[in-house]
Every structure is written in C-alpha cells, then in structure tokens.
Design a protein around this ligand. Structure first.
Ligand code: UDX
Ligand code: UDX
Length: 463
C-alpha cells in the first residue's frame, strides 16, 4: 500500500518531532498529529513557531516549513484516524502507580484506549504502528482489541520504536543509526512492513533500515535503553570508588573508552541519569523478567536503577556533609533543572531528587534553568508528594538570571550540562557569594582548576 495519509496519536516529545520530520521529508504525505491535550495542540499551532511546546534544537524550523503544507496538529482524533492509512501510537506509557505491578510495570491504559478508539472509528484496513516503548508482546494485546472490537476491518500491527534522544531529536531523526521495523512474518505483515520502509527510505539509506519480527523489535528498544543506562550506572559506580582512591573518573573513562570494544560514548559520570525512558524501561524489563520467573535476570537489571538512585542521594548527602552538616536556611543554587541539556523536559531529572533531599534539610533552593519554567519545577516536586505544595513554594525559588540566582548563595550545584554554564563570569559569581563558596559539579562540566584558582571549593563527581 502506498501511504499518502498518516495520523499520529500523541503530540509529545516523540510524536511531535518524528512526525515533523516525516512531513518535511515526504511532502506528498499528509501527516496529522492528534492529542487529547488541547493546550498542547494549541501550542503546536501557535502562529509564532518559537512557542511550540517542545524545545529541540532545529525543530521549530522544520515545523515552520511543513506546518499547514502537509503537517497538521489537531484535537479531532476520530477524523484523523478515519482518514489515515497508517496510524502511529505515540502516547505515553508511564510506570504504573496502582494495582499489580505498581512502580514497575508499564501502564498501558492509554495504549488500550487508543486501540479501542482505532477499532471503533476505522472503516477501512489500516496499519497501526507502535511508536511508544512497550513491553514485549504488547502488539498481541493491541491485535486482540483491534480484531475483536472492530468493524471487521483488517489491521496490521508494526513495531517501530523510536531511538531519538532528546536534545538531538532532529539530528537523530534525520540521520538515524538505524530504523527498526518489526512486523508479522505473514505476507500481509511483510507488505505492511514494506509500506513503512518506503516512508523512511525517502531519506534513510536502506542498509540502515532493519526489519525483524514484532517481538524482537519491541524487546530491542527495551534492551537498547537498558544497555545505555547500564553504562551510565557502571561509570557512576566507578565514580564513587574514584573518590575514595584518588583516581579521576574522567581519566578512567577516557582510558577505557579508547578500547574500541568498549567505545567512548555514554561514559560520563554524572549525578545520575534521568529522562522519561531509562528508569521506566528498565523497571519494565525487570517486571517482565519477574513475570516469567527469571529472578536473576530481574535482579541483574534492577541493580542499574539501585545504583542510579544511590548516585543522586550520594550527591545531596555530600553537599550537606561538606556544608558542615547543616544546610538549614542556606541558599543553594541549582544550575540546571532539565534532565540533560538542550531540552525543556524534566521527567525523572536528577535535580528533582537532589532538591527534594535538600528541602528535607530545609535548604533554600534557588534554581536557574534556561528552558524550564518555575511552574514546572514546582509541579515536579509536588508530584513526589513528600510535603505540601505550600512548603515546596516556600523553599524553592527560580531566577531568570543566573547571576541573581547565585548571589549570596553558600553553594552552587550543577545539575544539567548546559553549555552556557561554562561561559559565565565565574569571578563575578564568586564575588557575589557567601564565603567559603562551594561548587558541586554533578556533571563534570566546569573547569575545576580555574574555579579553584578563583577561590571556590570545587568538587566534581568522581575525583
Ligand atoms: C511517550 C512515551 O513516554 C515513550 O515511552 C514512548 O517511547 C513515546 O511516547 P513522549 O512523547 O515523550 O513519550 O511522551 P509525552 O510527551 O507525554 O507525549 C504523549 C502525548 O500523548 C501527550 O501529549 C498526551 O496528551 C497524549 N495522549 C496520551 C493522547 O493524546 N491520548 C491518550 O490517550 C494519552
Ligand atoms: C534515551 C535514549 O538515548 C534514546 O535512544 C531513547 O529513544 C530514549 O531514551 P534520552 O532519555 O532522551 O534518550 O536521553 P539520553 O541522552 O539517553 O540521556 C539519558 C540520561 O543519561 C540523561 O540524564 C543524561 O544526562 C544521562 N547520561 C547520559 C549520563 O549521565 N552520562 C552519559 O554518559 C550519558
């Protein structure tokens, strides 16, 4: 089937950028991105393209080019489903917060709702593409719902997991390491795979488009994220040992990264990984392993999360211990709140947990982040439900200007690796702070030697 009309359910960090690139590269395909969230859709349609709800370098330019031509954002979900030949499901699959599998399993209620809606609305055969990261064998549940509640329409289910990383989404989509498409081994399944391959072939070289069975594709996504997160936890485990032994984790990372069998990427020690995927996907993997009774497999992967939680907690404990075991009423400035640079996404950001620990000690947190709003910071903290909203309000403030944020602070903690932090006038910051002035670099970002020369007490993770 030659695809001329695509619909994507979910206008989030994955659905939005992915569809924008498909629309840019395939001007003859009408691409409609739908979402239940009216506010989000209104932002995607804002006449000022700089107001789109997701910050990604280069994304607003792509949206400016394709929007209104063949890229549309809408809340009319039924209409878009009805018109499309191919439907991407890109809704969120958070960790379950209730019932069995609470805190581990993926909550598939949105996926199921999407499947039921597609079944109800569809009058012609359709290809349904799982874009969201899903537990292995979800496709069979979707298939069941579609085939048993629909109007006798034929559906093919493909798995096409997204490997883009936030902050580099546009680059990753334009030049992916690989595109993975899983489908049924039947003739119809293979033909559905081909339809999607034909879409990506417009800009992705064919040797980078990998086709597999559905289960391999679903499981590969979880595996990729688990391996990446494991590298971060592995180097973070070493960072603590470095601190005890006088080794420097950046030097260790460089030394092992030059071994081509290990490779240099994803070896940066940090205050811990965040983001919407790593923790959720590993918990999911752990849960799946447990349901099959594979307890050793589950424990093995769970340790990656345990290490990550430890690293965040260790960072905040170190701040308290260094500041003479009391931070009550002390101003501690956070540079960065996003879970990594070049994104306004804060999901599972280490900053949230470090702030929570320090507020527990009654520190006054002053945050500067170039892309995250005060409202978002408070909503992240309130979501933890460790104290009342009023208390969080009282302890956490935010600043538009980094110099104001640092003024009269006892300490600075670097939580996100925004490039601009390196460009600051650090002498000016030092002069405005209370002495002794401390910097806790949770990202090994700043030039420690320079800061020490100015007079800062400088500590970075792992040295
Ligand atoms: C999500 C998942 O978190 C991730 O596992 C998956 O790989 C891709 O989809 P992301 O795009 O970052 O990632 O999520 P989010 O930004 O929350 O976007 C999901 C959107 O779906 C939201 O805008 C939400 O309003 C929308 N949605 C959710 C619907 O339109 N309908 C629903 O039933 C549920
Ligand atoms: C990840 C995967 O990279 C992507 O392929 C998948 O589709 C979604 O999940 P993302 O969550 O956007 O992408 O960010 P990523 O760049 O992987 O970083 C995750 C976290 O690990 C961040 O908090 C980052 O700061 C941290 N990290 C990464 C480190 O602490 N050290 C590193 O060396 C690399």
């Amino acid at each position: 089937m030659k695809i001329t009309n695509i619909c994507c359910i979910g206008a989030g960090y994955v659905g939005g950028p992915t569809m924008a690139i498909i629309a840019q590269k395939c001007p003859d395909i009408k691409v409609t991105v739908v979402d239940l969230n009216e506010d989000r859709i209104a932002k995607w349609n804002d006449t000022d393209v700089n107001n789109i709800p997701i910050y990604e370098p280069g994304l607003s330019e792509v949206v400016a080019e394709a929007r209104g031509r063949n890229l549309f954002f809408s809340t009319e979900v039924d209409k878009a489903i009805d018109e499309a030949q191919m439907i991407f499901i890109s809704v969120n699959t958070p960790t379950k917060t209730y019932g069995s599998g609470k805190g581990m399993a993926a909550d598939l209620k949105y996926i199921e709702l999407c499947a039921r809606q597609i079944a109800r609305v569809s009058k012609q055969d359709k290809i349904v593409v799982e874009k969201s990261t899903l537990p292995v064998r979800t496709a069979s549940a979707i298939k069941n719902i579609l085939h048993n509640t629909g109007n006798g329409v034929q559906f093919q289910i493909l798995s096409n997991p997204e490997f883009l990383a936030e902050g580099t989404a546009v680059e990753d989509l334009l030049a992916p390491d690989r595109v993975l498409i899983g489908g049924d081994t039947t003739e119809e399944g293979q033909s559905a795979i081909k339809s999607l391959v034909d879409v990506y072939s417009r800009w992705v070289p064919s040797e980078r488009i990998l086709t597999t069975n559905v289960w391999s594709s679903e499981l590969s996504k979880l595996t990729a994220n688990a391996f990446l997160a494991q590298r971060v936890s592995s180097i973070n485990a070493m960072s603590e040992l470095c601190e005890k032994t006088g080794a420097d984790v950046s030097e260790v990372a460089k030394a092992i990264g030059m071994d081509s069998r290990i490779g240099s990427k994803f070896l940066k020690a940090s205050v811990g990984f965040g983001g919407s995927c790593f923790q959720k996907d590993i918990l999911n993997l752990v849960y799946i392993a447990k349901t099959y009774g594979l307890n050793e497999v589950a424990d093995y992967w769970e340790q990656v999360i345990i290490m990550n939680d430890h690293q965040k907690r260790r960072f905040s404990k170190n701040i308290v211990a260094t500041l003479y075991n009391t931070v009550a009423d002390k101003k501690i400035t956070f540079l960065g709140w996003a879970f990594k640079k070049d994104t306004n996404d804060t999901r599972e950001s280490a900053a949230i947990y470090v702030a929570d620990d320090l507020v527990f000690e009654q520190a006054k947190i002053a945050v500067y982040d170039p892309k995250v709003s005060h409202k978002q910071m408070l909503s992240d903290l309130n979501y933890l439900e460790t104290r009342t909203k009023e208390e969080n309000d009282k302890f956490v403030s935010s600043f538009e200007d980094p110099y104001e944020a640092c003024k009269e602070a006892h300490a600075i903690a670097v939580l996100t690796e925004w490039d601009e932090f390196n460009e600051y006038d650090w002498q000016r910051i030092y002069d405005s702070m209370l002495k002794p002035a401390f910097v806790f670099d949770g990202r090994n970002l700043l030039d420690g030697k320079k800061l020490q020369a100015i007079g800062f007490h400088y500590q970075e993770i792992g040295s």
